[in-house]
Design a protein around this ligand. Structure first.
Ligand code: GAL
Length: 494
């Protein structure tokens, strides 16, 4: 009989092991996540400055579904108590939310502090703690202050310094009560969609260079903030700082094709490893990125690689700047090798990897990209354990959307959650991965970026037609509350 790996928490031997009967480890963090621009509304209330998402959604054009905006969203800025009721109804142990940088610092700098913004987040943090809910705070979730974008945004080194000063301000202001920090949410998405393809704010389209340059500065900004915490606040506040990285899992389209297997490595290399290798391993980009981009740049007539380089000093500063691994997982792709023949440079072209959806996988009704593959999460967790020195991992986002109108009886969606939780149990007990928490995206239906309100990810339904914006639990909320109360998945017959 096989015994559990030594790294796994003690559990019955797993030869007959059934994840349906297993409990999560003690002290497991049960959470839900949101982001400021997606829920708060109050886009110019009480002295808030504009962010790139305010500008992006206010500009005419078909960039967002039906030209919708986050001006009101779920109005969490005025309805925080309603969100708190949802959190309590679920019995969450943790709540992840983001601070709106330009609500706190309207022009992005510490030159002027908007006290009303500070008051709002103090209220949120204090009431979470009063209800024994641990806050996990993201400093920046896609909504860069517009005034910083006007000076180059993430393409400029000035934003690295502004972010570090903002982080210092947040640690100083809220760090006596917040112990779990995330610097940046999904730098990959900001780089690829915000500065390369231009389909998300700030809408910069600079194929082949925009993503690499903006990512370069975000990695430096993250590292600077981590060091600020480490140097100035850690001793007194005792918290942890990381960065939320998103990644798909990937499988070769033809399992036995070496070319497809190598394309899988590039696909993950150019997404997760792009950020995780420098931050968790060696301060530098993955070898596969450096060699590939250098070769492609040469072919395209560039005098040097389109991928910027870190100095030796920067590498030393970046290496080891995360106290845990924060993973956002949604989907899996089949990957095919594809020769890139186009002379137009692009990050996607550099990967020479084509993404294919497996038609046998169900797709979430609210997001055409979201193939539902719960086992992909287990594989990704194992990959992170093996590649990044067995870190503590929080799954800081995972979820499934429904299209609007969304039924309150979302049994199908709950089935996806249930299967996902089973895969996490297998990762913990069979693979020995140190998963310490799971956060559903999202607490509430909200503004789903370019899909506006047409894609509903919430555990609670929000009726946008009703000015009171009532929050009503989906079946998934009721089921999730049972899981949390029992610290394990509950069978339908229980
Ligand atoms: C993530 C993002 C969230 C949310 C989610 C669902 O990429 O961090 O803000 O929109 O996707 O698409």
């Amino acid at each position: 009989m096989a015994s559990a790996p030594s790294t796994a928490p003690s559990t019955p031997a797993y030869c007959n092991w059934n994840p349906e009967d297993a409990s999560f480890p003690e002290q497991f963090a049960w959470g839900a996540s949101t982001a400021a621009y997606q829920i708060e509304g109050g886009w110019d209330a009480d002295g808030k400055g504009p962010s790139v998402w305010d500008t992006f959604t206010h500009q005419a054009g078909e960039r967002v579904f039906e030209n919708q905006t986050g001006d009101v969203a779920c109005s969490s800025y005025t309805l925080w108590e309603e969100d708190l009721k949802c959190i309590k109804q679920l019995g969450l142990t943790h709540y992840r939310f983001s601070l709106s940088w330009s609500r706190l610092l309207p022009d992005g700098t510490t030159g002027f502090v908007n006290q009303k913004g500070v008051d709002y987040y103090n209220k949120v943090i204090d009431s979470l703690l009063d209800n024994s809910v641990t806050p996990m705070v993201t400093l920046y979730h896609f909504d860069l202050p517009q005034s910083l974008e006007d000076q180059g945004g993430w393409k400029s080194h000035a934003t690295v310094e502004a972010f570090d000063a903002y982080a210092h301000f947040c640690f100083q202001t809220f760090g006596d009560r917040v112990q779990l920090w995330l610097t940046i949410n999904e730098p990959y998405i900001v780089a690829e969609l915000g500065y390369e393809q231009g389909t998300m704010a700030p809408g910069v389209k600079e194929l082949g260079t925009g993503a690499y340059l903006s990512a370069h500065n975000m990695i430096k900004a993250h590292a600077a903030a981590w060091h600020t915490y480490d140097r100035v606040f850690r001793k007194q506040q005792g918290g942890l700082v990381s960065i939320a990285l998103n990644s798909d899992w990937a499988e070769p389209f033809q399992p036995h094709s070496l070319a497809d297997q190598e394309a899988v490595n590039r696909h993950i290399g150019f997404c997760l490893d792009w950020f995780a290798t420098p931050i968790f391993l060696n301060g530098d980009y993955p070898v596969v990125m450096k060699s590939r981009i250098s070769a492609m740049s040469k072919k395209q007539g560039y005098p040097s690689s389109r991928l910027p380089e870190f100095t030796e000093e920067e590498k030393m500063t970046i290496k080891g700047t995360a106290d845990f691994f924060a993973l956002n997982y949604y989907t899996t792709r089949k990957i095919k090798h594809q020769d890139y023949l186009d002379s137009q440079p692009s990050r996607a072209g550099d990967t020479e990897a084509e993404q294919v959806m497996d038609l046998s996988w169900p797709v979430a009704t609210g997001s055409s990209w979201l193939a539902v593959v719960p086992w992909g999460l287990r594989n990704l967790l194992k990959y992170i354990k093996d590649t990044y020195n067995h870190p503590i991992i929080y799954i800081t986002e995972n979820g499934f959307s429904q299209s609007d109108p969304a039924p309150l009886d979302d049994s199908q969606r709950w089935e996806y959650f249930r299967l996902t939780l089973q895969e996490i149990l297998k990762a913990i007990y069979i693979d020995g991965v140190r998963v310490k928490g799971y956060f559903v995206w999202s607490l509430l239906d909200n503004f789903e970026w370019t899909c506006g309100y047409s894609s509903r990810f919430g555990l609670f339904h929000v009726d946008y037609e009703n000015p009171a914006l009532p929050r009503v639990p989906y079946k998934s909320a009721t089921e999730y509350a049972k899981v949390i109360a029992n610290n394990r998945p509950v069978n339908s017959h229980e």
